[in-house]
Design a binder for this molecule. Sequence first.
Ligand SMILES: [Zn+2]
Length: 259
Amino acid sequence: MLQVTPVRAFTDNYIWLIHSPQDAARVVVVDPGDAKPVERALASRNLTLSGLLLTHHHGDHVGGVEELLQNRRGIPVYGPATEVIPGNPQRLREGDRALFPDLGLAFDVLDVPGHTAGHIAYVGHGAVFCGDTLFSAGCGRLFEGTAEQMHDSLSKLAALPAETLVYCAHEYTLSNLKFGQAVEPHNQAAASYLSHCRELRARDEATIPTDIRRERNVNPFLRCDDQSVKQAAEAYAGRRLPSQPEVFAVIRQWKDSFR
Ligand SMILES: [Zn+2]
């Protein structure tokens, strides 16, 4: 299994350090929105930054790229094919792979548009690094894509092996689960996960990583095929919702206005 260390940034971002299975002191950094906490983590743990993986163009994911690369020109940097990203990354799309041969790391790329138009995810070693597409018990906002695109993207992630660990980029789990209770008040798996996450957060611990099995059970955005989710969305919308993307679109709108 991968060794992955979280670095906290801004108010609720996670920047992930993926340790090389061959040399745990060498790391690939995922979505460094801010260089300073990454540099502090590298220095305090005696780690060497050996590559970057970037999921999408938002500043809280790529804002630290140029600064991190200043003294590390030549390390591999991977990013989405169709977005403007600092650091001159190698541009990847679905079917491509992000390779770090001397680290023993390799990731398959999935196109997961919806939050942004060119958002990609990295899948490998039993884990997925999915940026702002799938969150625990939630999903990213639709800034550039359509509900149909995001539903397709989430369906790809939900189809990964159930034990796949999900490394998303924000600690939004508690507020997502509160919304989930409004959609599925009788979801027992979500209720027990909520009490578990409350304990973790009370100790200031991360709820991430989650895994695909749990998300299929607790995440309303992955459960648009479930009758109770469909009925809740139809009651909210006041109309029939014949397709899963329509159910998804309504619960995404519902979440946007949920307090
Ligand atoms: Zn974003």
